[in-house]
Design a protein around this ligand. Structure first.
Ligand code: NAI
Ligand code: OAA
Length: 334
Protein backbone atom coordinates (compact mmCIF):
# COMPACT_ATOMS: atom_id res chain seq x y z
CA UNK A 1 0.00 0.00 0.00
CA UNK A 2 1.30 3.48 -0.87
CA UNK A 3 2.41 5.57 2.12
CA UNK A 4 0.56 8.76 3.05
CA UNK A 5 2.46 11.85 1.87
CA UNK A 6 4.65 13.74 4.33
CA UNK A 7 4.41 17.53 4.22
CA UNK A 8 7.90 19.09 4.23
CA UNK A 9 8.38 22.85 4.64
CA UNK A 10 11.53 24.51 3.28
CA UNK A 11 11.86 28.21 4.12
CA UNK A 12 14.24 30.31 2.06
CA UNK A 13 13.48 27.90 -0.78
CA UNK A 14 14.52 30.33 -3.52
CA UNK A 15 18.00 30.76 -2.01
CA UNK A 16 21.22 28.85 -2.61
CA UNK A 17 20.64 26.01 -0.14
CA UNK A 18 16.92 25.84 -0.92
CA UNK A 19 17.66 25.40 -4.63
CA UNK A 20 19.95 22.46 -3.88
CA UNK A 21 17.71 20.98 -1.19
CA UNK A 22 14.27 20.78 -2.80
CA UNK A 23 15.26 18.41 -5.64
CA UNK A 24 17.02 16.16 -3.11
CA UNK A 25 13.81 15.96 -1.07
CA UNK A 26 11.81 15.31 -4.24
CA UNK A 27 14.08 12.40 -5.17
CA UNK A 28 13.81 10.69 -1.79
CA UNK A 29 17.28 11.58 -0.44
CA UNK A 30 15.70 12.85 2.79
CA UNK A 31 12.85 10.42 3.49
CA UNK A 32 13.42 7.46 1.19
CA UNK A 33 12.45 6.52 -2.34
CA UNK A 34 9.03 5.15 -1.35
CA UNK A 35 7.88 8.15 0.67
CA UNK A 36 5.61 10.60 -1.21
CA UNK A 37 6.24 14.22 -0.26
CA UNK A 38 4.26 17.43 -0.51
CA UNK A 39 6.78 20.26 -0.58
CA UNK A 40 5.85 23.58 1.02
CA UNK A 41 8.27 26.25 -0.19
CA UNK A 42 8.34 29.65 1.51
CA UNK A 43 10.28 32.77 0.64
CA UNK A 44 9.83 36.52 1.00
CA UNK A 45 7.77 38.60 -1.47
CA UNK A 46 10.96 40.01 -3.03
CA UNK A 47 11.90 36.45 -4.04
CA UNK A 48 8.40 35.41 -5.19
CA UNK A 49 9.30 35.30 -8.88
CA UNK A 50 12.43 33.24 -8.26
CA UNK A 51 10.41 30.91 -6.02
CA UNK A 52 7.88 30.40 -8.78
CA UNK A 53 10.79 29.57 -11.10
CA UNK A 54 11.93 26.85 -8.68
CA UNK A 55 8.38 25.46 -8.64
CA UNK A 56 8.30 25.39 -12.46
CA UNK A 57 11.61 23.53 -12.49
CA UNK A 58 10.39 20.97 -9.96
CA UNK A 59 7.30 20.27 -12.03
CA UNK A 60 9.39 19.90 -15.21
CA UNK A 61 11.82 17.48 -13.60
CA UNK A 62 10.52 14.00 -14.27
CA UNK A 63 12.86 12.53 -11.68
CA UNK A 64 10.73 14.09 -8.96
CA UNK A 65 8.33 11.17 -8.84
CA UNK A 66 7.74 11.55 -5.11
CA UNK A 67 6.22 14.96 -5.55
CA UNK A 68 2.80 13.81 -6.64
CA UNK A 69 0.45 15.33 -5.77
CA UNK A 70 2.08 18.56 -5.04
CA UNK A 71 4.22 21.58 -4.49
CA UNK A 72 3.14 24.66 -2.56
CA UNK A 73 5.16 27.80 -3.35
CA UNK A 74 4.11 30.80 -1.30
CA UNK A 75 5.19 33.97 0.45
CA UNK A 76 2.45 33.51 3.07
CA UNK A 77 3.92 31.96 6.21
CA UNK A 78 0.55 30.59 7.39
CA UNK A 79 -0.14 28.82 4.09
CA UNK A 80 3.43 27.48 4.12
CA UNK A 81 3.13 26.02 7.65
CA UNK A 82 -0.32 24.40 7.26
CA UNK A 83 -0.12 20.76 8.30
CA UNK A 84 3.65 20.39 7.93
CA UNK A 85 5.26 17.31 9.46
CA UNK A 86 8.86 18.41 8.89
CA UNK A 87 10.11 22.01 8.76
CA UNK A 88 13.55 22.84 7.41
CA UNK A 89 14.20 26.49 8.25
CA UNK A 90 16.77 27.80 5.77
CA UNK A 91 15.44 31.35 5.36
CA UNK A 92 17.02 34.11 7.36
CA UNK A 93 18.59 37.53 7.24
CA UNK A 94 22.26 37.47 6.19
CA UNK A 95 24.91 39.73 7.67
CA UNK A 96 25.48 42.70 5.36
CA UNK A 97 28.39 45.06 5.13
CA UNK A 98 28.51 47.50 8.03
CA UNK A 99 25.98 45.61 10.15
CA UNK A 100 26.69 44.93 13.81
CA UNK A 101 26.18 41.45 15.27
CA UNK A 102 23.23 42.76 17.24
CA UNK A 103 21.52 44.09 14.10
CA UNK A 104 21.72 40.68 12.40
CA UNK A 105 20.54 38.95 15.58
CA UNK A 106 17.65 41.36 15.94
CA UNK A 107 16.44 40.69 12.34
CA UNK A 108 16.65 36.93 12.81
CA UNK A 109 15.03 36.96 16.23
CA UNK A 110 12.05 38.72 14.73
CA UNK A 111 11.87 36.28 11.77
CA UNK A 112 12.14 33.21 14.03
CA UNK A 113 9.65 34.57 16.53
CA UNK A 114 6.96 35.02 13.88
CA UNK A 115 7.72 31.75 12.05
CA UNK A 116 7.61 29.92 15.41
CA UNK A 117 4.12 31.29 16.01
CA UNK A 118 2.98 30.16 12.56
CA UNK A 119 4.36 26.65 13.15
CA UNK A 120 2.85 26.60 16.63
CA UNK A 121 -0.62 27.37 15.25
CA UNK A 122 -0.60 25.57 11.91
CA UNK A 123 1.94 22.72 11.73
CA UNK A 124 1.04 19.09 12.45
CA UNK A 125 1.22 18.25 16.16
CA UNK A 126 4.30 16.04 15.81
CA UNK A 127 6.21 18.43 13.52
CA UNK A 128 10.01 18.00 13.58
CA UNK A 129 11.99 21.21 13.04
CA UNK A 130 15.52 21.63 11.72
CA UNK A 131 16.99 25.15 11.73
CA UNK A 132 19.75 25.71 9.18
CA UNK A 133 19.84 29.53 8.96
CA UNK A 134 22.51 31.27 11.01
CA UNK A 135 22.90 31.83 13.87
CA UNK A 136 21.43 28.31 13.71
CA UNK A 137 21.58 27.31 17.40
CA UNK A 138 20.14 30.59 18.65
CA UNK A 139 17.48 30.81 15.93
CA UNK A 140 16.37 27.33 17.05
CA UNK A 141 16.26 28.50 20.67
CA UNK A 142 14.05 31.45 19.76
CA UNK A 143 11.82 29.16 17.72
CA UNK A 144 11.50 26.84 20.74
CA UNK A 145 10.61 29.78 22.96
CA UNK A 146 7.79 30.99 20.70
CA UNK A 147 6.37 27.59 19.76
CA UNK A 148 5.81 26.21 23.26
CA UNK A 149 3.42 23.47 22.14
CA UNK A 150 6.07 21.90 19.88
CA UNK A 151 7.96 19.50 22.17
CA UNK A 152 11.56 20.65 22.76
CA UNK A 153 12.68 17.19 21.54
CA UNK A 154 11.29 18.18 18.12
CA UNK A 155 13.46 21.29 17.66
CA UNK A 156 17.04 21.00 16.41
CA UNK A 157 19.69 22.83 14.43
CA UNK A 158 22.13 21.69 11.77
CA UNK A 159 25.66 20.73 12.81
CA UNK A 160 25.64 17.63 10.63
CA UNK A 161 27.45 19.61 7.95
CA UNK A 162 30.32 20.19 10.39
CA UNK A 163 30.16 16.50 11.37
CA UNK A 164 30.41 15.50 7.70
CA UNK A 165 33.28 17.96 7.19
CA UNK A 166 35.15 16.32 10.09
CA UNK A 167 34.57 12.83 8.62
CA UNK A 168 35.82 14.17 5.28
CA UNK A 169 39.03 15.58 6.78
CA UNK A 170 39.87 12.27 8.49
CA UNK A 171 39.07 10.28 5.35
CA UNK A 172 41.38 12.50 3.24
CA UNK A 173 44.17 12.36 5.80
CA UNK A 174 44.08 8.55 6.04
CA UNK A 175 43.08 7.87 2.42
CA UNK A 176 40.13 5.76 3.54
CA UNK A 177 36.49 5.73 2.45
CA UNK A 178 34.52 8.37 4.30
CA UNK A 179 31.83 5.75 5.04
CA UNK A 180 34.42 3.76 7.04
CA UNK A 181 35.02 6.68 9.44
CA UNK A 182 32.56 6.84 12.35
CA UNK A 183 31.76 8.67 15.55
CA UNK A 184 33.44 12.03 15.27
CA UNK A 185 31.61 14.61 17.38
CA UNK A 186 30.78 18.26 16.87
CA UNK A 187 30.24 19.92 20.24
CA UNK A 188 28.54 23.28 20.68
CA UNK A 189 27.80 26.11 18.32
CA UNK A 190 27.62 26.04 14.52
CA UNK A 191 30.31 28.71 14.47
CA UNK A 192 34.07 28.96 14.60
CA UNK A 193 34.03 28.03 18.33
CA UNK A 194 32.57 24.58 17.61
CA UNK A 195 34.74 21.68 18.78
CA UNK A 196 35.26 18.88 16.25
CA UNK A 197 36.39 15.96 18.44
CA UNK A 198 37.93 12.68 17.24
CA UNK A 199 38.69 11.23 20.68
CA UNK A 200 36.16 8.42 20.21
CA UNK A 201 36.20 8.20 16.40
CA UNK A 202 37.07 4.97 14.61
CA UNK A 203 37.93 3.69 11.13
CA UNK A 204 36.85 0.31 9.77
CA UNK A 205 39.95 -1.50 8.47
CA UNK A 206 40.59 -4.99 7.05
CA UNK A 207 41.73 -6.06 10.54
CA UNK A 208 38.82 -4.55 12.46
CA UNK A 209 37.97 -1.16 13.95
CA UNK A 210 40.87 1.16 14.84
CA UNK A 211 40.92 4.47 16.70
CA UNK A 212 41.35 7.52 14.46
CA UNK A 213 43.87 8.93 16.96
CA UNK A 214 46.01 5.81 16.65
CA UNK A 215 45.89 5.72 12.85
CA UNK A 216 46.58 9.43 12.39
CA UNK A 217 49.29 9.33 15.08
CA UNK A 218 49.74 13.08 14.95
CA UNK A 219 48.12 14.85 17.91
CA UNK A 220 49.51 18.19 16.79
CA UNK A 221 47.47 17.92 13.57
CA UNK A 222 44.37 16.57 15.33
CA UNK A 223 44.44 19.28 18.02
CA UNK A 224 45.39 22.05 15.62
CA UNK A 225 44.92 22.13 11.85
CA UNK A 226 42.15 19.51 11.81
CA UNK A 227 40.03 21.52 14.24
CA UNK A 228 40.60 24.88 12.59
CA UNK A 229 39.96 23.48 9.10
CA UNK A 230 36.55 22.15 10.15
CA UNK A 231 35.73 25.33 12.09
CA UNK A 232 36.65 27.54 9.11
CA UNK A 233 35.37 25.38 6.24
CA UNK A 234 32.16 27.36 5.75
CA UNK A 235 34.05 30.64 5.47
CA UNK A 236 36.61 29.04 3.09
CA UNK A 237 33.82 27.85 0.78
CA UNK A 238 32.13 31.26 0.79
CA UNK A 239 35.50 32.82 -0.10
CA UNK A 240 36.02 30.34 -2.95
CA UNK A 241 32.47 30.21 -4.33
CA UNK A 242 31.16 33.62 -3.27
CA UNK A 243 28.12 31.64 -2.12
CA UNK A 244 27.48 29.34 0.85
CA UNK A 245 28.18 25.58 0.90
CA UNK A 246 24.78 25.00 -0.66
CA UNK A 247 25.31 21.48 -1.96
CA UNK A 248 26.85 20.04 1.21
CA UNK A 249 24.49 21.95 3.51
CA UNK A 250 21.48 20.58 1.59
CA UNK A 251 22.86 17.07 1.61
CA UNK A 252 23.65 17.28 5.35
CA UNK A 253 20.14 18.56 6.10
CA UNK A 254 18.82 15.40 4.36
CA UNK A 255 21.23 13.25 6.43
CA UNK A 256 20.04 14.96 9.64
CA UNK A 257 16.33 14.42 8.99
CA UNK A 258 16.75 10.90 7.56
CA UNK A 259 18.69 9.65 10.60
CA UNK A 260 16.28 11.38 12.99
CA UNK A 261 13.24 9.77 11.32
CA UNK A 262 14.66 6.39 10.25
CA UNK A 263 17.26 5.92 13.04
CA UNK A 264 21.05 5.85 13.25
CA UNK A 265 22.80 2.57 12.38
CA UNK A 266 23.76 0.35 15.34
CA UNK A 267 27.02 1.53 16.93
CA UNK A 268 27.03 4.89 15.13
CA UNK A 269 26.26 8.32 16.43
CA UNK A 270 25.83 11.64 14.64
CA UNK A 271 25.95 15.29 15.75
CA UNK A 272 22.77 17.32 16.19
CA UNK A 273 22.15 20.70 17.77
CA UNK A 274 19.55 19.91 20.46
CA UNK A 275 18.18 21.38 23.67
CA UNK A 276 20.72 20.82 26.43
CA UNK A 277 19.55 18.94 29.51
CA UNK A 278 22.86 19.60 31.29
CA UNK A 279 24.62 16.49 29.92
CA UNK A 280 28.43 16.80 29.95
CA UNK A 281 28.03 19.84 32.22
CA UNK A 282 26.82 21.92 29.29
CA UNK A 283 24.46 24.58 30.69
CA UNK A 284 20.84 23.47 30.37
CA UNK A 285 18.68 25.69 28.17
CA UNK A 286 21.07 26.15 25.24
CA UNK A 287 20.70 24.54 21.83
CA UNK A 288 24.09 22.80 21.76
CA UNK A 289 25.52 20.20 19.40
CA UNK A 290 25.96 16.77 21.05
CA UNK A 291 26.65 13.23 19.84
CA UNK A 292 23.25 11.56 19.52
CA UNK A 293 21.74 8.28 18.44
CA UNK A 294 18.22 8.16 16.98
CA UNK A 295 15.56 5.47 17.29
CA UNK A 296 11.78 5.49 16.69
CA UNK A 297 11.91 9.14 15.60
CA UNK A 298 13.65 10.38 18.78
CA UNK A 299 17.23 11.39 19.48
CA UNK A 300 19.12 10.63 22.71
CA UNK A 301 22.40 12.19 23.77
CA UNK A 302 25.17 9.57 23.93
CA UNK A 303 26.16 9.40 27.59
CA UNK A 304 29.30 8.43 29.45
CA UNK A 305 31.99 9.49 26.97
CA UNK A 306 35.26 10.50 28.62
CA UNK A 307 36.15 14.21 28.32
CA UNK A 308 39.81 15.09 28.87
CA UNK A 309 41.10 18.50 29.95
CA UNK A 310 41.72 19.68 26.38
CA UNK A 311 38.19 18.75 25.31
CA UNK A 312 36.67 20.24 28.49
CA UNK A 313 38.07 23.68 27.74
CA UNK A 314 36.74 23.48 24.15
CA UNK A 315 33.26 22.36 25.29
CA UNK A 316 33.16 25.26 27.76
CA UNK A 317 34.38 27.88 25.28
CA UNK A 318 31.67 27.14 22.72
CA UNK A 319 29.04 26.98 25.52
CA UNK A 320 30.15 30.44 26.65
CA UNK A 321 29.65 31.81 23.15
CA UNK A 322 26.17 30.27 23.01
CA UNK A 323 25.26 31.80 26.39
CA UNK A 324 26.38 35.20 25.05
CA UNK A 325 24.34 34.71 21.86
CA UNK A 326 21.32 33.72 23.96
CA UNK A 327 21.66 36.87 26.07
CA UNK A 328 22.00 39.01 22.93
CA UNK A 329 18.94 37.36 21.35
CA UNK A 330 16.84 37.90 24.47
CA UNK A 331 17.96 41.53 24.64
CA UNK A 332 16.49 41.94 21.13
CA UNK A 333 13.11 40.73 22.39
CA UNK A 334 12.56 43.57 24.83
N1 NAI B 1 23.84 25.40 9.67
C1 NAI B 1 24.63 25.23 8.64
O1 NAI B 1 25.37 24.25 8.56
C2 NAI B 1 24.68 26.24 7.52
C3 NAI B 1 23.91 27.36 7.57
N2 NAI B 1 23.93 28.26 6.54
C4 NAI B 1 22.99 29.37 6.65
O2 NAI B 1 21.81 29.02 5.91
C5 NAI B 1 21.13 30.22 5.51
C6 NAI B 1 20.77 30.17 4.05
O3 NAI B 1 21.92 30.15 3.26
P1 NAI B 1 21.82 30.39 1.68
O4 NAI B 1 20.74 29.55 1.11
O5 NAI B 1 23.17 30.30 1.16
O6 NAI B 1 21.36 31.90 1.67
P2 NAI B 1 20.59 32.70 0.50
O7 NAI B 1 20.73 34.14 0.85
O8 NAI B 1 21.00 32.22 -0.84
O9 NAI B 1 19.07 32.24 0.72
C7 NAI B 1 18.32 32.63 1.82
C8 NAI B 1 16.89 32.70 1.36
O10 NAI B 1 16.08 32.99 2.51
C9 NAI B 1 15.08 33.90 2.10
N3 NAI B 1 14.53 34.56 3.27
C10 NAI B 1 15.00 35.64 3.96
N4 NAI B 1 14.15 35.96 4.94
C11 NAI B 1 13.15 35.05 4.90
C12 NAI B 1 11.98 34.87 5.66
N5 NAI B 1 11.66 35.70 6.66
N6 NAI B 1 11.16 33.83 5.33
C13 NAI B 1 11.46 33.02 4.33
N7 NAI B 1 12.55 33.15 3.55
C14 NAI B 1 13.38 34.15 3.85
C15 NAI B 1 15.81 34.84 1.15
O11 NAI B 1 14.92 35.57 0.33
C16 NAI B 1 16.64 33.82 0.35
O12 NAI B 1 15.93 33.32 -0.78
C17 NAI B 1 22.06 31.37 5.89
O13 NAI B 1 21.63 31.87 7.14
C18 NAI B 1 23.41 30.69 6.05
O14 NAI B 1 24.26 31.43 6.88
C19 NAI B 1 24.70 28.09 5.44
C20 NAI B 1 25.51 26.99 5.35
C21 NAI B 1 25.58 25.99 6.40
O1 OAA C 1 28.26 31.40 7.41
C1 OAA C 1 27.67 30.73 6.53
O2 OAA C 1 26.64 31.08 5.93
C2 OAA C 1 28.25 29.41 6.14
C3 OAA C 1 28.06 28.33 7.11
O3 OAA C 1 27.38 28.43 8.13
C4 OAA C 1 28.74 27.06 6.81
O4 OAA C 1 29.06 26.81 5.65
O5 OAA C 1 28.96 26.29 7.74
Amino acid sequence: MAKDPVHVLVTGAAGQIGYALVPMIARGVMLGADQPVILHMLDIPLAAEALNGVKMELISNNQNILLRPGVVATTDVVEACLGVNIAVMVGGFPRKEGMERKDVMSKNVSIYKSQASALESHAAANCKVLVVANPANTNALILKEFAPSIPEKNISCLTRLDHNRALGQVSERLSVQVSDVKNVIIWGNHSSTQYPDVTHATVKTSVGKKAVKELVADDAWLNGEFISTVQQRGAAIIKARKFSSALSAASSACDHIRDWVVGTPEGTWVSMGVYSDGSYDVPAGLIYSFPVTCKNGEWSIVQGLSIDEFSRSKLDKTAEELSEEKALAYSCLV
